[in-house]
Write a protein that binds this ligand. Structure first.
Ligand code: NAP
Length: 278
């Protein structure tokens, strides 16, 4: 099996992004990402910390706004309006999951589309659905960049995506459709998931269930991308059972696969937002 190591493509994207950030700085524009963290979800703290460090290494300024778990929608809207109006801030991300009193769709729609570096605003999601340019969610961009880096053909291939979230599965299906794949999207109500998965040339798991994709679900020779990040007693594992490596032609590791590309794409989206505004 070939391991689709996320390090080489993520390093290449980070290096290219750092160069673009330096060029913008030389023109007097310091790209800046603002991350809003509501509450004290431990995984979110880790994600925001690693995004901050990645920004610093790429020459992108970052601000983290930490708000209490009790934050109301009106308070969060005020914070987002302030960031929206601040010309020094080019990218805004609101770390999910949000506490229950905050409506995710309303929060997502409160970030101006031009600063929506997570690509979740309905305007950007609609542009993606229509095949038009806009900011695209980072993890789907990362999956495509990983496949392209390793020369995996996409056009004309059957891609099966397990998971249909607005963050991963749904936008990924649209990105791959744009690259002329034939795309099937599966979810919790899919019948005979194993048979559908076996028909895939490229199988993407974005579910959040450790080991959901077992060896009998992968066609011999398939390329398997594991997006899952699951914290278990054995450490961080993906959605793909280790035995799949005995069947697949190529597989992305967890950790060290798509997650690295996701962060790289966040940096790239931030620099793109900064370049577009100035
Ligand atoms: P999510 O919003 O919970 O969506 C999960 C999807 O999986 C849903 O569409 C759900 O179907 C489907 N599903 C659940 N159980 C299933 C089953 N037994 N069979 C088939 N489909 C099933 O999760 P998400 O935000 O997309 O994240 C998915 C995973 O990716 C998580 O492990 C997350 O931590 C990870 N992730 C990784 C990165 C990265 O950078 N690598 C970034 C984001 C997320 P329904 O729609 O029918 O409920």
């Amino acid at each position: 099996v070939t391991w689709l190591d996320g390090r080489p493509p993520s390093q290449a994207i980070r290096a290219e992004t750092a160069e673009r950030a330096a060029r913008l700085r030389s023109r007097g524009v310091a790209p800046c990402l603002a991350a809003v963290l509501v509450g004290d979800d431990p995984a979110s703290q880790i994600y925001v910390g690693s995004k901050e460090r990645a920004c610093a290494r790429a020459g992108i300024d970052s601000r983290v706004l930490r708000l209490p778990a009790s934050t109301t929608m009106a308070q969060l809207r005020d914070v987002l309006d302030g960031l929206a109006a601040d010309p020094a801030v080019h990218g805004i991300l609101v770390q999910q999951p949000l506490p229950p009193q905050l409506d995710t769709s309303e929060v997502v729609a409160s970030v101006p589309p031009a600063k929506d570096v997570d690509g979740l605003h309905p305007w950007n999601a609609g542009r993606l659905a229509r095949g038009e340019s806009g900011l695209v969610p980072c993890t789907p961009l990362g999956v495509v960049a990983l496949l392209e880096h390793y020369g995996v053909p996409i056009a004309g291939r059957h891609v099966v995506i397990v998971g249909r979230s607005n963050l991963v599965g749904r936008p990924l299906s649209l990105l791959l459709l744009r690259r002329d794949a034939t795309v099937t999207v599966c979810h919790s109500r899919t019948q005979d998931l194993a048979a559908v998965c076996r028909s895939a040339d490229i199988l993407v798991a974005a579910v959040g269930r450790p080991g959901l994709i077992t060896a009998d679900m992968a066609r011999p020779g398939a390329v398997v991308v594991d997006v899952g990040i699951n914290r278990t007693a054995d450490g961080v594992v993906g959605d793909v059972h280790p035995a799949v490596a005995e069947v697949a032609a190529a597989i992305s590791p967890v950790p060290g696969g798509v997650g690295l590309l996701t962060v790289a794409m966040l940096l790239r989206n931030t620099v793109e937002a900064a370049a577009a505004c100035c």
